[in-house]
Design a protein. Structure first.
Length: 283
């Protein structure tokens, strides 16, 4: 699944192509939004919140999209063959006289009033890549620490409603593992398996360390370090930051040479693979 760095770069590229220009073509190939016509509206900005993309328009409307596992937005010169946007995988087309942006295999698509964006995103923790994450105690790092501590005290986050509408509550009475907490999105948002694993490796933390066993200092250092890795990816190019453990099962650790291990975090059906070094990240 694309993580916060990929989504932020995507937002930057969409913003450069769309902002300040009126839409001459706007197709939403999505059942719940198929009757919505955005043609003629001007895009004011495109921004990212964690793994979510928000395309805001001058009439107070927001197009919300999420890439899920396989989605992407690609940009082509309007009038070119690549801008035709045919095919069953196309879910949205936003075009002005210069650029055509095509959303393929999108996992979510909603059209809401901009003032109602919180109805879609309000359950999320602070965006780890937000500009004020380190400086806004009530909405950034401070809130993330509070949410993570509260979840740890309760043995997990509250019941989560799935796409199908049924509730799934973490049945464990044991303490909440740090990897599970980071992946949940409700304590801090924007992380996936890559940066959860790489941040924990950088701080030498075993992924299944209970959150309560991680000091405030170490938890803050973990979030700072992970944020730094993601910002470096945004600045230098997605995929350019060296991965020390993620995707390297059975290969030698860059620090100590121990074969990298992999095991699931979270419980079914939300389990995700987490990679770690059994020597550098001892329980």
């Amino acid at each position: 699944m694309p993580e916060g760095d990929v989504v932020r770069v995507t937002a930057q590229r969409l913003d450069a192509a769309l902002s300040g220009r009126a839409l001459e073509r706007a197709e939403l190939r999505w059942a719940e939004a198929g009757g919505t016509d955005l043609t003629g509206r001007t895009v004011t900005e495109v921004l990212a919140y964690a793994k979510h993309l928000l395309t805001r328009l001058d009439d107070g409307t927001t197009l919300h999209t999420h890439l899920r596992m396989e989605g992407q937005w690609r940009i082509a010169r309007t009038g070119s063959a690549a801008a035709v946007a045919r095919g069953s995988e196309v879910r949205a087309v936003l075009a002005n006289e210069t650029w055509t942006c095509v959303g393929e295999r999108l996992g979510m698509l909603d059209v809401v009033r901009t003032r109602d964006e919180h109805l879609l995103l309000g359950h999320l923790g602070p965006d780890i890549l937000a500009a004020d994450f380190l400086t806004a105690p009530e909405t950034g790092m401070g809130l993330a620490l509070t949410r993570l501590r509260a979840a740890a005290a309760e043995g997990g986050f509250p019941a989560q409603v799935t796409v199908g509408g049924s509730a799934s509550l973490d049945p464990r009475s044991a303490q909440l593992p740090i990897a599970d907490a980071l992946l949940d999105q409700r304590g801090v948002s924007g992380l996936g398996t890559i940066y959860t694993a790489e941040g924990l490796f950088a701080q030498r933390l075993w992924p299944w360390t209970p959150v309560d066993d991680v000091s405030d200092h170490d938890l803050e250092a973990l979030l700072r370090t992970t944020r730094g890795l993601m910002l470096r990816s945004v600045a230098e190019g997605v995929g350019t930051v060296r991965r020390h453990v993620h995707g390297r099962a059975r290969r030698a650790c860059h620090r100590c040479g121990t074969p990298v291990a992999v095991a699931p975090a979270n419980q079914a059906p939300f389990e995700r693979p987490i990679f770690w070094c059994p020597t550098c990240q001892r329980p």
